[in-house]
Ligand binder design. Structure first.
Ligand code: GEK
Length: 245
């Protein structure tokens, strides 16, 4: 994990809670924020190389889309030995990419990670054996999600896979409410106050747009992915593995 200050962005009462953006303030505490907010985050990144090993081919590209501080890319870079596999980490937040570049300069990993500050809606995906899209599709305009997943599908080699993680919503209102409450309890246990939780919720309103399991599943199927599995589910956070046969 990268070094990070403690996330206290919503610790004090704000007169007006602005919509959430991935700016410098967020980037500088992001590692702490995501670990305390997303159940299963650390375990997922530990599992990543185990899963990727099954799919990665020589002379192929691996993409980490919406990479933030590159947790997934770094985890993969530490486990990939072959130098003909290129890891490309992309995020459209300049602050995130600057922090990631600094971190990579410190870590001096043996395997190079190419970083790009770009909108993932405008990037080419080519010759890819493995794509990671962790907790990022939920921030993409809903009407553009299918197009992005299609681009990923087309850029994947046969036998390649997409690992997709999202916070989901549930069709059943009671189940959804329960999962939300459990997630809030999780955040409380990780030292977030009620004020922090409610202000963050307000900031993310209309920014993080969740979809149901069925919506994710059907869209992946419609695009052409034939083997789709749930790798992990922690409360309302799900990780899918979608394979292009
Ligand atoms: C992790 N995957 O640590 N183009 C590029 N980047 C984008 C776009 C876009 N259109 N929209 C949002 N982002 C990471 C965590 S965080 C999830 C991903 C979270 C970027 C945004 O700048 C941010 O860095 C990331 O997607 C979402 O596993 O904060 O809950």
């Amino acid at each position: 994990m990268g070094k990070s200050q403690k996330d206290q962005i919503y610790a004090h009462k704000q007169d007006k809670v602005e919509s959430f953006v991935f700016d410098e303030k967020v980037a500088s505490v992001f590692s702490d924020m995501i670990q305390r907010s997303v159940p299963g985050y650390i375990l997922l990144n530990q599992l990543l190389p185990v899963v990727a090993k099954q799919f990665i081919q020589s002379n192929s590209n691996i993409y980490d889309l919406g990479c933030s501080l590159g947790e997934a890319s770094i985890s993969l870079a530490r486990s990939i030995v072959s130098s003909d596999v290129k890891i490309i980490a992309i995020d459209n937040s300049r602050a995130m990419i600057n922090h990631l570049d600094e971190l990579l300069a410190e870590l001096k990993l043996n395997h190079l990670i190419e970083t790009k500050c770009k909108d993932i809606l405008n990037v080419e995906i080519t010759d890819s054996s493995f794509v990671v899209l962790n907790y990022t599709l939920q921030f993409i305009d809903k009407t553009k999600r299918e197009g992005l997943l299609n681009t990923i599908y087309k850029g994947l080699q046969h036998g390649g896979a997409l690992l997709l993680s999202e916070k989901i919503t549930h069709d059943d209102a009671n189940e959804d409410k329960l999962m939300e409450q459990l997630h809030e309890n999780y955040k409380r246990k990780n030292d977030y106050s009620d004020l922090e939780i409610s202000q963050k919720r307000e900031a993310l309103d209309n920014v993080l747009i969740r979809e149901t399991h069925d919506q994710h599943l059907h869209r992946l199927q419609n695009i052409g992915f034939t083997k789709i599995s749930i790798l992990c589910k922690y409360l309302n956070f799900v990780t899918y593995l979608a394979i292009k046969e």
